[in-house]
Design a protein around this ligand. Structure first.
Ligand SMILES: Nc1ccn([C@H]2C[C@H](O)[C@@H](COP(=O)(O)OP(=O)(O)OP(=O)(O)O)O2)c(=O)n1
Length: 153
């Protein structure tokens, strides 16, 4: 993937939040762009830290603390607003961009934390989702948010 993303591409990806189907006025289904992959993000962040000689600070515990700090920054954006509906109606472009920044910070630190802990994150996610399906069979739990310990067969 390219290092730099031009303004046009950034705008397109932001607009996916708000585009509507003009005939039905229904929000269009939202999807991510296929790139960058988690491996692209790992490599780009590794280059960023190498270029700054920052690996000396990026041990697992420091990355964990940095990630949790960024989760706090995401929380600040939702703080005192009450419930927020999907698609964030009423949020300004600038608030949406701020959220995109903070979620990205969380992702960047998460990916680097996984790398430094030697967790192959994309594959680990696949394994965990397979486990989740076994634990919560759709036929059994459909429409209920109980934790698995509350089901008695
Ligand atoms: N030692 C560091 C410092 C920063 N970053 C990178 C990863 C994050 O994506 C981003 C975090 O930068 P800041 O710590 O400046 O945090 P914010 O961008 O959230 O700024 P602020 O805390 O002012 O909102 O920069 C990094 O990898 N290692």
């Amino acid at each position: 993937v390219q290092e730099g993303i031009n303004d046009g591409e950034l705008k397109t990806s932001r607009n996916k939040f708000t585009t509507h189907n003009s005939k039905t006025e229904q929000p269009q289904r939202f999807t991510f762009s296929p790139e960058p992959t988690m491996e692209d993000i790992r490599r780009m962040q590794a280059e960023f830290t190498d270029e700054r000689d920052w690996n000396q600070f990026h041990q697992p515990r420091n990355l964990l603390l940095a990630m949790v700090g960024e989760v706090g920054e995401v929380s600040e954006l939702f703080q005192w607003r009450g419930e927020v509906a999907e698609g964030l109606p009423g949020w300004t472009e600038s608030e949406r961009e701020q959220l995109a920044h903070e979620l990205s910070d969380v992702m960047i630190y998460l990916v680097e934390l996984a790398e430094k802990c030697r967790v192959d994150l994309p594959q680990a996610v696949l394994r965990k989702m397979a486990l989740n399906k076994l634990k919560y069979p759709a036929s059994k739990v459909h429409g209920s948010a109980k934790k698995y310990t509350e089901y008695k067969d």
